[in-house]
Ligand binder design. Structure first.
Ligand SMILES: NC(=O)c1ccc[n+]([C@@H]2O[C@H](COP(=O)([O-])OP(=O)(O)OC[C@H]3O[C@@H](n4cnc5c(N)ncnc54)[C@H](OP(=O)(O)O)[C@@H]3O)[C@@H](O)[C@H]2O)c1
Length: 315
């Protein structure tokens, strides 16, 4: 019986490997628009797709980032400046894309841009701190998608939304995790709505990777304690801050520097005839966060609580 089961499982993976290995035709004529190309995954993906011959439309947050990327890539790749949290900027970028792709439409939209701070225990933050992150990571992503959708529909193309394992398991306070849970919900609904138009929506769920976003979290946490009112300091105690800070530091220290684990998933979602709905990228995502996310809540709470500090005035 075990033999037959092993054969069945083997056949399933073989079939999946064969199916997912098939790529779409005429890739070199397809346009891909990527947000957040100054650094990290967006930057890497823009270079990777450009090297593969695709027509990359790279949106950078800064002029410096755009110039640097342009310098390192082919003439095929074009750059623009985009702040996804600003609708005027999103409208301008959409017009720019429209002018380039014309009636071909946009094959790929990669919603990658995002920020990590403000972050910290929820009680240490304000509504504005939450809004700042959600405004970029969730509302910005939605705004870009809604504006670009007619172009993607025209090409019967792909939307690739970068979420996180923190959209499946909540690891820390602040707007980051809610924003990524929101990206998951928005993408799930969008996928069902766009199926009749043959537009595919994929979600990328990376674990921890050593990108600038991780350093900003560390930098931000350094000043957090000093900004707190004294009653909150007394409630939690300095030890709590130290523990929280060290845990974040460890997460960053152990983060993978192999960005291909993520950009290969993005590329697959854009180029395979049969893209996946979800891609978990990185060993921590595959072996820890995603399996844990399927556990009952009390198990998740127990596991997460084991790595959480105890407040000074805990009862
Ligand atoms: N690194 C990780 O461990 C990890 C894990 C899971 C998910 N993610 C997600 O992966 C995505 C990419 O992050 P990353 O790790 O590659 O970090 P990153 O290097 O900091 O990339 C984020 C990019 O977004 C840009 N950006 C920031 N605010 C923007 C705005 N308002 N409008 C447009 N662009 C903006 C940044 O520009 P500047 O560089 O000029 O600030 C940067 O180019 C994010 O959505 C992040 O949440 C990252």
């Amino acid at each position: 019986m075990w033999f037959y089961l092993a054969v069945l499982v083997g056949l399933y993976f073989l079939l999946r490997w064969y199916r997912e290995g098939q790529t779409v035709e005429n890739l070199r004529e397809k346009y891909i628009f990527i947000t957040g190309c100054d650094s990290g995954f967006g930057n890497k993906l823009a270079k990777q797709l450009d090297a593969g011959g695709l027509r990359v439309l790279a949106a950078c947050y800064t002029q410096k980032g755009a110039e640097e990327l342009q310098r390192l890539t082919s003439d095929r790749l074009k750059t623009t400046i985009l702040d996804i949290s600003n609708t005027e900027s999103v409208v301008a970028a959409t017009e720019w894309v429209k002018g380039i792709v014309k009636n071909k439409g946009l094959w790929g939209l990669v919603n990658n841009a995002g920020i990590g701070i403000p972050v910290g225990p929820n009680e240490w933050l304000t509504k504005d701190d939450f809004a700042k992150v959600i405004n970029v990571n969730l509302l910005g992503l939605i705004d870009v998608t809604l504006h670009m959708l007619p172009l993607v529909r025209a090409a019967r193309g792909r939307i690739v939304n970068v979420s996180s394992v923190m959209g499946r398991i909540t690891g820390f306070g602040g707007g980051y995790c809610p924003s990524k849970y929101g990206v998951e919900a928005f993408s799930d609904c969008l996928r069902r709505e766009l199926l009749p138009f043959r537009v595919r929506v994929s979600i990328i769920e990376p674990g921890a990777f050593a990108n600038p976003i991780a350093n900003t979290v560390q930098e931000y946490m350094k000043g957090t304690w000093d900004r707190l009112p004294s009653d909150i300091k007394d409630t939690y105690g300095y030890h709590y801050f130290e523990f929280y800070f060290t845990a974040l530091q460890d997460l960053i220290k152990n983060a993978s520097s192999n960005l291909y684990l993520v950009t290969d998933c993005m590329e697959h979602a854009l180029t395979s005839r049969y893209p996946r709905t979800r891609y978990s990228a990185g060993w921590d995502a595959k072996l820890f966060y995603i399996p844990l996310s399927y556990m009952p809540t009390f198990v998740i709470d127990y596991v997460m609580a084991r790595s959480s500090p105890k407040p000074a005035q805990a009862v």
